[in-house]
Design a binder for this molecule. Structure first.
Ligand code: SF4
Length: 478
């Protein structure tokens, strides 16, 4: 538990986000003063500077101040509050974090804002370095992603819409899963009923977006290839009949786990017009695959990949995870070497932080720091592999739950980027979503705001209450 004591101001969020940079996964509690137990972070605002202190069991162990000149908006005082806490914890821990003081999860969005305000991309990157003490290579990454996004968003603009279709079934549950996913063993008999409900919802959406330009379709999950080839064909045939696919820039089926992919399903996907698939190994090490609960081997991944090429798939994405249990540089180097041999057009690299309860002292010492140092190395390995494969970063967001808040990055060959990934990240067009747990995001051009309409998560509820899900959309004028 970290107690946060605000002294002379009320900017709790600024203090907490700055503390979280160095101490993620902690519980935070406001305090009226310095507590005798555990850790207290105190943030004091004076007329000309902000001061941050840290106390352990009531005893001060470090402090730092940051000057500001008062302005009407209060912006400089807020910046100073955050900066004082950041520099104080940096001094106390000796840790340099790659993204510096930046706490937002979408750094590229910030550069895009700067560009919209009239800066060049290089000036935007320079500003990130100055303002947030960001490492130059991270600012460069944010810049490259921002520029790639701009190019795609100039075509997939707010006049177009995208469609998401959720298939919440998986053969088994992976160790690290945080998605809506139901084991197929138990839900097998419900899949047809689920597809019926899905088609009903899609038919409604199809009617309501008639006349709008459909830019991208993403069938995700779960694992869409948990469906049989016939079920997948029924779903995709209906999608083709309900929607006008003539303007589509992207149609992705996240095939996902190799243990569910067959040559038949790959043909179904291809024949129904999907041009991009994901085959997601996560790692190319058999030992780890077993450990994370995947029922397939590296050889299965290679076989499925070859079958996808045979079926004519020309845009394949492979999802990988860095930081899986037991994996260090040797394992990741092996994974990258194998991926390089396969040469997919897309590679998406996620960073994983296995959460564990930790106390401050541990956090300030070895465990998380070692993990953060390792993660940086692993990210470097993946970035240089992408470079060798001629894949450029086009999409990125940061993970908040680990020291360093490392990034997840999508790399792609030019012209093979996922439009859907970008529009969902940048929130600049409406995304209509069907299926259990799916949420429709309506973009308001005038205000730039997003309004959400949620479906129930539970599969049984979704099937039973499909008319209500449609009614929810109707009530929002969808
Ligand atoms: S394949 Fe994805 S959605 Fe399914 S259990 Fe594994 S992590 Fe979860």
């Amino acid at each position: 538990m970290i107690y946060i004591y605000l002294d002379g101001h009320t900017k709790m969020n600024d203090v907490q986000t700055a503390v979280q940079i160095f101490m993620p996964n902690e519980k935070y509690k406001p305090a009226e003063g310095i507590t005798d137990e555990s850790i207290t972070v105190r943030s004091k605002l004076k007329d000309d500077c902000a001061v941050a202190y840290i106390y352990e069991n009531g005893k001060e162990i470090c402090s730092e101040s940051y000057p500001y000149t008062a302005d009407e908006s209060g912006k400089s005082a807020r910046y100073a509050i955050k900066a004082a806490v950041y520099y104080m914890l940096k001094k106390k821990t000796g840790i340099t974090v790659p993204w510096g003081m930046m706490t937002g999860i979408r750094p590229a969005k910030r550069i895009n804002t700067y560009i919209d305000e009239g800066m060049t991309a290089d000036e935007g990157a320079k500003k990130l370095i100055e303002l947030y003490e960001m490492k130059p290579e991270k600012a460069e990454l944010a810049k490259r992603v921002a520029l790639a996004e701009r190019e795609i968003l100039s075509k997939a603009d707010s006049d177009g819409v995208s469609l998401y279709i959720g298939i919440p079934f998986c053969p088994t549950r992976c160790l690290y899963c945080s998605f809506t996913s139901y084991p197929l063993g138990v839900y097998k008999n419900k899949v047809d009923g689920y597809i019926d409900a899905l088609i009903k919802e899609l038919s409604y959406i199809g009617e309501s977006i008639k006349g709008k330009r459909l830019d991208s379709i993403y069938i995700g999950g779960g694992t869409p290839t948990s469906l049989t080839a016939e079920q997948l064909d029924r779903l995709m045939t209906n999608v083709g009949e309900i929607f006008d696919l003539s303007a589509l820039m992207e149609y992705t089926v996240e095939a996902g786990r190799p243990d569910t992919i067959t040559a038949d399903k790959l043909k179904v996907i291809k024949n129904n017009g999907a041009g991009r698939i994901s085959i997601n190994p996560q790692t190319m090490n058999d030992k780890t695959l077993k450990l994370i609960g995947r029922e397939h081997t590296v050889d299965d991944i290679k076989r499925v990949y070859a079958e996808a090429r045979e079926a004519g798939h020309k845009n394949i994405n492979m999802d990988l995870i860095l930081g899986l249990p037991g994996e260090g540089t040797a394992e990741v180097e092996n994974t990258m070497a194998e991926i390089e041999k396969l040469a997919p057009e897309n590679m998406t690299v996620h960073t994983l932080a296995i959460k564990r309860a930790s106390r401050l002292r541990e956090q300030l010492e070895d465990y998380d720091l070692a993990k953060a140092v390792l993660m940086e190395k692993l990210l470097d390995i993946s970035a240089s592999t992408a470079e060798r494969m001629n894949l450029s970063p086009y999409y990125m967001y940061r993970q908040k739950n680990m020291l360093g808040s490392f990034e997840n990055v999508g790399y792609a060959k030019k012209g093979c980027e996922s439009v859907y990934n970008i529009v969902i990240m940048e929130e600049t067009q409406s995304i209509y979503a069907a299926g259990a747990g799916a949420s429709t995001k309506l973009y308001d051009k005038e205000t730039g705001r997003i309004e959400r309409v949620f479906n129930v998560k539970n599969v049984d509820e979704y099937i039973a209450r499909i008319d209500e899900m449609i009614e929810r959309k109707r009530n929002m004028n969808i």
